[in-house]
Design a protein around this ligand. Sequence first.
Ligand SMILES: C[S@@+](CC[C@H](N)C(=O)[O-])C[C@H]1O[C@@H](n2cnc3c(N)ncnc32)[C@H](O)[C@@H]1O
Length: 183
Amino acid sequence: MTHWIIQQYIQQGDTVIDATCGNGHDTLFLSESVGQNGHVFAFDIQESACKATEKILQDNATFHNVTIFNQSHDSLYSSIHNQFHGHIMAVMFNLGYLPQSDKSIITQPHTTYSAIEQSCSILQSGGVITIAVYVEHNGGKDELQSVKNILSHLPSSNFSIAHLCYPYKKRSAPELFVIYKRG
Ligand SMILES: C[S@@+](CC[C@H](N)C(=O)[O-])C[C@H]1O[C@@H](n2cnc3c(N)ncnc32)[C@H](O)[C@@H]1O
């Protein structure tokens, strides 16, 4: 669903961010979507995740259009050159832990909060941020609260926010937030 939503907003030549590249599936999707003249900035704090992303790109990507930062996404404002500020068309957050990896390494409410704030400031008008929040693991509910907190403070004159969830699932399913920056 996230990929489908992002596709409605981005096109070839755009600059986009994968704020949690993990195993690289979303980075690969973004790379293919923005094409040779576009660019993807990808972040992850785990070296193994950055290597997995490099590998999936080497094996599958059509274009050489990705820069990977082995850094926390709360450094995205300073890591991405200011020539791109205001020209980012999409930012994807896929929170929680890396599947088939150390489940104690998870995204944290305070860094997530700061990274969302930074993303909002460098997003182009007409661009979109997606945030998939997982609530099953320890710390997941706190992070959901933190995400809701920052989103409730965004000025509605500049941002439209949608919240998608699966109310009839027995287990807690991920929740998706979509932030659209108005023109
Ligand atoms: C659910 S996984 C991402 C899955 C990924 N999008 C994919 O397509 O495979 C969450 C990732 O967030 C990373 N992470 C945790 N804290 C982070 C932070 N502060 N900055 C960037 N990445 C972080 C984890 O290392 C993990 O790889």
